[in-house]
Unconditional design. Structure first.
Length: 114
């Protein structure tokens, strides 16, 4: 859950500050659990809005990048340096890259499905 604005102390939910502190600790644990994986050597990788090349291009990652994988989603099959894969890695809010270009050490899923 993202917080878009600071709330005054008087706007604390009925559960109280202890629950908020616990929720923050859980969010920190989840963030700490995210692993970063290297993009294939020599590849400037396209980041798209969805799991396929038909989705809009958002940006291109520079050669030598490492990406977090928050979750993975099936999509268009892509052939890359690490084989052909239908798995697309979610590396940010609405940002996907083909798993065929990310060295995860597995041909399958390494994160939860989106």
């Amino acid at each position: 859950m993202a917080i878009d604005e600071a709330r005054p102390e008087t706007d604390v939910p009925p559960a109280g500050p202890a629950v908020l502190a616990e929720a923050g600790a859980v969010a920190s644990d989840v963030a700490a659990a995210v692993r970063y994986y290297p993009v294939a050597p020599g590849v400037a990788l396209h980041v798209r809005t969805g799991p396929g090349t038909q989705y809009d291009l958002i940006r291109t990652l520079p050669v030598g990048s490492r990406v977090p994988i928050f979750c993975q989603k099936p999509g268009q099959a892509v052939k890359g340096p690490y084989g052909t894969s239908r798995i697309w890695d979610n590396i940010g809010n609405g940002e996907f890259v083909s798993d065929a270009y990310v060295r995860t050490g597995s041909d399958g899923y390494v994160a939860i499905r989106c």
